[in-house]
Design a protein around this ligand. Structure first.
Ligand SMILES: Cc1ncc(C[n+]2csc(CCOP(=O)(O)OP(=O)(O)O)c2C)c(N)n1
Ligand SMILES: [Mg+2]
Length: 558
């Protein structure tokens, strides 16, 4: 029993919960309120945390995902019990599989009714378990500081991901005497041991045609500086995955732009000739080793925060486990003056790609516009630090291949869970994080309609972000894959409403591109709008999709 004296200093549990979030440095919560989290919503009135009211919980989760990806601090999204929680699921799973730190919070019915059939009640923790690193229900108000600290700590720790906290309504209302656990000094990540570094350097020195396969981990942890040093010292070429784009500037003559297309590409020939593949911060989810362990027998050096996933096709000769930047630093130091300049083995592949990406389509006059020309024009209007967020579809493949990235985190592609619908909500929270940068969410007409409701959110909060919609009247990527595999397509076409009128009805600035030379001025006009979102709709010529498949087939074989 607590004494009367101590009870006088009690606070409401939902207030304590907010103090704990504040101690974690939370600036924004994205979400949709419900009855069962009403206490948290009321407590928010006395908190500096800014609540962004969303129009669908999935939009809120994607906003939290991009916030986490860009800052390295967990983004926070909130929904109610039952349907609010189920609506969060896709965005939370996306963040978790893409290693974006997110904490998702849901309400719940009172603990006195969770053992029986009860209005909107379902086991939300169990639902979130497979799509988070950790999911917990607060069943005692005194545990709030521990649960919140643990969720944030786990979400942010390598490899980052999602954590879930459930706060039942009776617990939220309780009185409690407790205070937040303020995060202590940043926990340094462990570093790889010396022996593994020495063995790694031995492998690198012995290789004739090594290549780096750089993944998400290289962008996430700002290992970019050490990677650039490594490349400078050794001359080894770098093939980033979709999510690794920008870890080495594509202006660097050792960048191979991108790897990971499901079709063969020039970069496939690089892997065929490589005798050592150095994977750095690489997640198998992006590009299975069976795709790149082709051609010449090769050794594999694994450098990552965690030991390698077990896979019959992925058997690293050496695993360097620990902080990636520190491991690269240690390798660089040990290479010392005894550096080796790797022959410019892959200069031809780089030059093929560079010409296709930067030169061949710059002045293409076709309309609807070719994907290559759209991206070439967009690239010219974007600064190095501006951020392009890709949705999922055929446009994503073109972005990966034809949008050079010059800085880590400047080209965001979801390539783990690969959910459609991220670009528009993602572009909203990216603009909150970096108001000084130009932000473009690029999506297909399918993905745009999946979360179009968040345009209302951007209008309400006057967020001047830009959405570039490629209109082809269909699920382009599915059509492309069906055509390539079956020679015909099935159920991939749809009719759009007038997307410009639709966007305008939300209060957004909206324009349709009517001729190829208009795209750049239209983009400039969109970037100049400073009090609401802009939507640019551009008709796209996806006959280029199969042309690319066929061209690559002829060039380098199937
Ligand atoms: C939520 C979700 N549903 C379905 C898919 C499967 N899918 C992948 S790409 C795609 C088509 C995307 O169409 P659109 O947004 O118009 O882009 P386009 O391919 O035309 O560029 C579909 C249906 C997915 N990845 N995510
Ligand atoms: Mg489409």
């Amino acid at each position: 029993m607590r004494s009367k004296a101590s009870r006088r200093s009690d606070v409401k549990a939902s207030d304590l919960f907010l103090r704990c979030l504040e101690a974690e440095g939370v600036e924004y919560m994205f979400g949709v309120p419900g009855e069962e989290n009403a206490d948290v919503m009321i407590s928010l009135l006395d908190s500096p945390i800014r609540f962004i009211i969303c129009r669908h919980e999935q939009g809120a989760a994607f906003m939290a995902d991009l916030y986490g990806r860009l800052t390295g601090k967990p983004g926070v999204c909130l929904g109610t019990l039952g349907p609010g929680a189920t609506n969060l699921v896709t965005g939370v799973a996306n963040a978790n599989m893409d290693h974006s730190p997110v904490v998702t919070i849901t309400g719940q019915g009172a603990t006195t009714r969770l053992h029986k059939e009860s209005h909107q009640a379902m086991d939300v923790v169990q639902m979130f378990t497979p799509i988070t690193k950790w999911a917990a229900s607060i069943r005692d108000e005194t545990t709030i500081p521990e649960v919140v600290r643990k969720a944030f700590k786990l979400a942010a720790a390598e490899k980052p991901g999602a954590a879930h906290i459930e706060l039942p309504e009776d617990i939220a209302k309780a009185e409690v005497e407790s205070s937040p656990i303020v995060p202590g000094m940043k926990v340094r990540r462990p570093i790889a041991d010396d022996k593994s570094i020495a063995a790694a350097v031995g492998l690198i020195r012995a290789a004739e045609t090594p290549v780096v396969l750089a993944g998400n981990g290289c962008v996430r942890t700002r290992a970019a500086d050490q990677l650039a040093r490594f490349v400078e010292a050794t001359g080894i070429y770098v093939a980033p995955t979709f999510m690794g784009k920008g870890c080495l500037s594509d202006r660097n003559p050792k960048s191979l732009f991108v790897s990971g297309l499901s079709s063969r590409d020039h970069v496939t020939s690089v892997f065929e000739r490589a005798d050592l593949v150095i994977t750095i911060g690489y997640d198998m989810v992006e590009w299975h080793p069976s795709r790149w362990k082709v051609g010449r027998p090769k050794k594999v050096l694994h450098i990552d925060f965690t030991p390698a996933e077990v896979d019959g096709a992925y058997r690293p000769d050496i695993e360097v486990v620990g902080d990636v930047a520190a491991a690269l630093w240690a390798v660089n130091e040990r290479l010392g003056d005894d550096r080796r300049e790797v022959v410019a083995a892959f200069a031809a592949e780089r030059e093929h790609l560079r010409r296709e990406i930067c030169d061949d389509y710059a002045g293409d006059e076709g309309f609807p516009m070719k994907p290559q020309r759209i991206l070439s024009d967009l690239r010219r209007e974007m600064g190095d630090e501006d951020i392009l967020i890709s949705d999922v579809g055929a446009h994503k493949m073109w972005i990966a291949r034809h949008y050079p990235a010059y800085a880590p985190g400047s080209c965001i592609i979801s390539n783990g869970f690969c959910s459609m619908g991220m670009a528009l909500p993602g572009a909203i929270s990216a603009k909150l994080v970096h108001p000084e940068r130009q932000i473009v969410g690029l999506c297909g007409d399918g993905g745009f309609m999946m979360n179009i409701q968040e345009l209302a959110t951007a209008v309400q909060y006057k967020i001047p972000t830009t959405v570039l919609v490629w209109e082809d009247g269909g699920y382009g990527l599915i059509r492309w894959k069906q055509q390539a595999a079956y020679g015909k397509t099935s159920h991939t076409e749809f009719r759009n409403p007038d997307l410009v009128e639709l966007a305008r009805s939300f209060g957004a600035h909206a324009t349709r591109v009517e001729a190829p030379q208009n795209l750049r001025p239209v983009l400039r006009a969109a970037f100049a709008v400073d009090d609401r979102p802009s939507v640019v709709v551009v008709p796209v010529d996806y006959s280029e999709n199969m042309k690319l498949t066929n061209r690559l087939g002829e060039l380098i074989g199937e």
